[in-house]
Design a protein around this ligand. Structure first.
Ligand code: NAD
Length: 481
């Protein structure tokens, strides 16, 4: 079953509070059926220039509004999203492929994220205060921001940029991934009657729109989520105009499982964290290091659990965990990784397979049994439902192996002995580290990567600060006294 939307073509990009249609249109594909979805706009460079002009104009007023006024509008937007949550959930499953429960969760989290952001006010700090002078550290908005969004969590990751940018007094132009433009346009539509024109605009476009944004002299900051490769291009492009940027990039998270765990209690969560969203999460457990004393038992239990509880299918089918991979490019990449199972001589504890019986991009989960540390499946981010289990015996050695890649997004340690777990956790080089969990996130907790997994953070007060410049304000009080 697929969701039905009775529309052939979306009315336009959201520019200065209005729909602006484009001459050219394009569409994405429902990854579960291979069918074309409705047409969406393709922004031209001229449309981007217009949007930037409106954003600069709107900034003059919006940057002077109080935090409370901005928060009031963000809360109204959150209410509007909540009122449309069912439609958005269906649209998300239709364009992204994720199971409907997960799509509804993403929309629900987004509402919660906006509501929490609306409580995170940045206040002046007083750095020095005496009879002669007061020195404040104030935070001022940067200007016009460009938000570049990936296809795996287009709603939460998109609005996780928009909320903080607007609340700190910036204006913003959002560019969805060409693979998933539908919900992001809808979110812009819901915002139309709420924010003043030009404050928040959405441009759907082709592959050239992102580079046009990073190069644009009228955009002051880029907030980007996507692959490491693209992140490097974004940074190089921003350097030409010295734009500020925040980069949230790829990860290859290690999960370290100690020998004292109760396997039946941690295995379901670890398995789900490997295969959730078909493995297409930056912070999935992508390398699972299991202590040699429990390795065989853990591996066999994981295979059994996956066979019995991790169902593959279309996002609207009940009980599905692994929906289709999101797009053809990713499907080919993951299939190539599967083809390496035999070619590279890896042992598959669970031999996943691509389904040939459907036009959708379906791949069943695979578990690789203790491949070498330098194998592709360990070193590369697969971004699909395939995960290696790796044996370890020595604590220092497993920490070195976990830290041994250029990525550093998330990592977890699983152990009954909390002192030991925390000792290991504190030595892991990653932006988020969990003990006895994986992939916990919250709107008031900063989120970002070490090493090539990113630059800067999003969310929480630290994430809000990234949308500001600091001004050190010196006030001498007695000069004319
Ligand atoms: P991607 O890098 O291909 O694309 C991301 C966005 O950048 C898209 O909107 C795309 O159109 C745009 N883009 C492409 N080329 C560009 C360029 N030269 N200049 C400017 N913009 C450009 O990434 P993706 O395939 O959409 O997403 C998957 C990747 O994102 C994975 O590596 C995943 O780990 C990572 N990711 C990271 C986080 C995080 O928070 N750290 C979260 C989700 C996904």
């Amino acid at each position: 079953m697929a969701a039905q939307f009775d529309i052939k073509s979306y009315p336009g990009n959201i520019i200065n509070g209005k729909f602006v249609s484009t001459q050219a249109t394009r569409h994405s594909i429902d990854p579960a059926t291979g069918e074309a979805l409705y047409e969406v706009p393709v922004a031209t460079k001229h449309a981007l220039d217009a949007a930037v002009g409106h954003a600069r104009e709107a900034f003059k007023t919006w940057s002077k509004t109080s935090f409370d006024e901005r928060a009031k509008l963000v809360l109204r937007w959150a209410d509007a999203i909540e009122a449309n949550k069912d439609e958005l959930g269906k649209l998300l499953t239709m364009e992204q492929g994720k199971p409907i429960d997960l799509a509804n969760t993403e929309v629900g989290l987004t509402v919660q994220w906006l509501r929490t952001f609306a409580t995170l006010e940045l206040k002046d700090e007083v750095l020095d205060d005496n009879e002669e002078r007061t020195i404040y550290l104030t935070r001022v908005p940067i200007g016009v921001c460009g938000a570049i969004v990936p296809w795996n969590w287009p709603v939460l990751l998109g609005l996780g940029k928009v909320g903080p940018a607007l609340l700190t007094g910036n204006t913003l132009i959002m560019k969805p991934s060409p693979f998933t433009p539908y919900c992001d346009l809808k979110l812009g539509e819901l915002a139309m009657g709420i924010f003043p024109p030009g404050v928040f605009q959405v441009l759907s476009g082709g592959d050239d729109l992102g580079p046009w944004m990073t190069e644009h002299p009228g955009i002051d900051m880029i907030t980007f989520t996507g692959s490491i490769e693209t992140g490097k291009r974004v940074a190089a492009s921003c350097a030409k105009t010295l734009k500020r940027y925040v980069l949230e990039l790829g990860g290859n998270d290690a999960a370290i499982v100690c020998e004292d765990v109760d396997i039946s209690k941690c295995l379901p969560k670890i398995t789900m964290m490997a295969f959730l969203n078909s493995g297409q999460i930056c912070m999935c457990a992508k390398r699972i290091y299991v202590h040699e004393k429990i390795y065989d038992e853990f591996r066999d239990a994981m295979v059994e659990f996956t066979k019995n509880h991790v169902k593959t299918g279309g996002g609207f089918e009940p009980g599905v965990v692994v929906g289709p991979v999101q797009n053809d490019m990713q499907f080919k990449f993951v299939k190539d990784m599967y083809a390496d199972i035999d070619k590279c001589g890896w042992t598959a504890a669970l031999q996943g397979k691509a389904r040939g019986d459907s036009k959708g991009y379906f791949i069943e989960p695979a578990i690789i049994d203790n491949p070498p540390d330098d194998s592709r499946i360990v070193v590369e981010e697969p971004f699909g439902p395939i995960v290696p289990l790796l044996k370890w015996s020595d604590e220092d050695e497993v920490i070195d192996r976990a830290n041994g890649l250029k990525t550093g997004l998330g990592a977890s340690v699983w152990a009954k002995d909390l002192e030991r777990a925390e000792r290991i956790a504190r030595r892991l080089s990653a932006g988020s580290v969990w003990v006895n969990s994986h992939f916990d996130v919250a709107p008031n907790v900063p989120f970002g990567g070490h090493k090539e997994s990113g630059s800067g953070v999003e969310w929480g007060i630290e994430g809000m600060k990234k949308f500001t410049n600091t001004t050190s304000l010196w006030v001498w009080k007695k000069v004319f006294a």
